[in-house]
Design a protein around this ligand. Structure first.
Ligand SMILES: Cc1cc2nc3c(=O)[nH]c(=O)nc-3n(C[C@H](O)[C@H](O)[C@H](O)COP(=O)(O)OP(=O)(O)OC[C@H]3O[C@@H](n4cnc5c(N)ncnc54)[C@H](O)[C@@H]3O)c2cc1C
Length: 381
């Protein structure tokens, strides 16, 4: 395995890192406090090509490979975990659904507008009674003339209240289990019956609105179906496999931010007439934090590298996301501990890193579900 980044990947990392240090880090506390979608930052990011990183230039994407995109997303998440989710839901999920499974017209029309961030994307799979158990979904899309009549609702949809393009999963054949699920492009502004019920008040991941959506006799034209009827479950799984690499990247970004902050605090905070970084107990915490973050980063790079080489990466992506999300929470926890009492307050970002890190263990496959996936792959090998 070649562990080194290519010249282009280094350049992307450095360019995004510079933008994040100048524009995102100074805004991160405010985004966390207000929980407002940072539309102006998104526009700036679109100008830099950061809202359509892995898609071809013919659709106004940045033309990067998926590995480079994950590197960019790690940097963005180092600045703000909420912004990391905004970009991941928009790109890895909504954008990728259209890029992988859309026809030429759908790509030209919907993917292009996502890549320029003229439109914001969301991916609507989960429901109140169907989270991990996707086939238990109850949203239906019934044939109606030259379109479909959609009824039901979705829960916890990242970007859901600000999205212009939503990739939606619904049952076209409710008796066919997972084979009865289809995927669609839905346009909230155009499709009557699309209702945003509200947004969640969450522990962290602020700035990325997590919405509850409802569909009341929402008519969707048939040219918005992605691929063929009945392919939706496979679309979801394939998209989430790739998405997990970028949630691993988000987790690593947050872990690195927590480590950087804790290290700098430990070097300037004095107790017993010396910096607390002189104490071996603190040094060992920093050593473990760095070791875990680096191990997670390597798993993420490996999964991303397998993906761009068109090799099997389901297990590796699940492992990268599982490990990175768990160590991200652990590293952020130690970050708070190193800050002592200050770490528990909002005077320092340590507690924000902890709240943001936690989410990665839940969405795009909980840690428990990922362990099931990994075990299944392992036993099938
Ligand atoms: C902030 C946020 C943003 C999100 N964004 C999106 C989004 O953009 N789009 C979208 O579609 N969804 C999104 N989700 C939903 C998310 O993917 C689900 O919450 C997740 O898949 C888990 O589903 P659930 O919450 O229904 O939990 P459940 O499936 O009810 O699980 C509850 C517990 O049981 C465990 N469990 C369930 N099944 C098994 C099993 N077979 N084996 C072992 N343990 C099991 C779980 O691991 C968990 O610990 C988001 C969620 C949050 C919190």
């Amino acid at each position: 395995m070649d562990f080194s980044l290519s010249g282009e990947q280094r350049q992307i990392r450095d360019t995004v890192a510079e933008f994040v240090d100048e524009e995102v880090v100074p805004r991160a506390a405010e985004i966390d406090e207000t929980d407002e979608f940072p539309a102006d930052l998104i526009d700036e990011m679109a100008d830099l090509g950061l809202m359509g990183m892995p898609f071809p230039v013919e659709y106004e994407g940045a033309g990067l490979d998926y590995h480079s995109y994950a590197i960019g997303l790690e940097e963005i998440s180092r600045g703000s975990g909420g912004l990391g989710t905004v970009v991941a839901a928009h790109t890895s999920l909504a954008g990728n659904m259209i890029y992988e499974f859309g026809d030429e017209r759908q790509k030209e029309e919907y993917l292009t507008a996502l890549n320029t961030a003229d439109d914001i994307g969301a991916f609507a799979l989960s429901e109140a009674e169907a989270g991990s158990d996707v086939p238990a979904m109850s949203t239906t899309a019934e044939r109606d003339g030259d379109g479909y009549l959609v009824n039901g609702g979705k829960l916890w949809i990242s970007n859901g209240s600000v999205a212009d393009t939503v990739t939606l999963f619904a049952k076209t054949d409710p008796d066919a289990g997972r084979k009865g699920i289809s995927s669609f492009v839905v346009r909230p502004e155009e499709d009557d019956g699309f209702v945003v019920e509200g947004t969640e008040d969450k522990l962290g991941d602020k700035g990325c609105p997590t919405a509850e959506l409802r569909f009341d006799d929402m008519w969707v034209p048939e040219d918005r179906l992605l691929g063929e009827e009945g392919e939706g479950f496979v679309h979801a799984l394939k998209t989430l496999n790739g998405g997990r690499i970028t949630i691993a990247a988000r987790s690593v970004g947050i872990a690195r931010a927590a480590l950087d902050e804790a290290k700098s605090y430990a070097q300037q905070r004095e107790q017993f007439d010396r910096p607390i970084s002189d104490f071996q107990a603190i040094q060992h915490k920093l050593a473990d934090m760095d070791t875990k973050a680096r191990a997670a980063e390597l798993l993420m790079h490996e999964a991303a590298d397998l993906k761009i080489r068109d090799e099997e990466y389901i297990k590796e992506a699940a492992q990268a996301k599982l490990y990175a999300s768990e160590i991200s929470r652990e590293v952020a926890n130690e970050g708070i501990q190193i800050h002592g009492g200050y770490g528990y307050t909002k005077d320092f970002p340590a507690e924000r890193f902890y709240r943001d890190a936690k989410l990665s263990e839940i969405y795009e496959g909980t840690s428990e579900v990922l362990r099931n996936t990994i075990a299944q792959q392992l036993l099938d090998e």
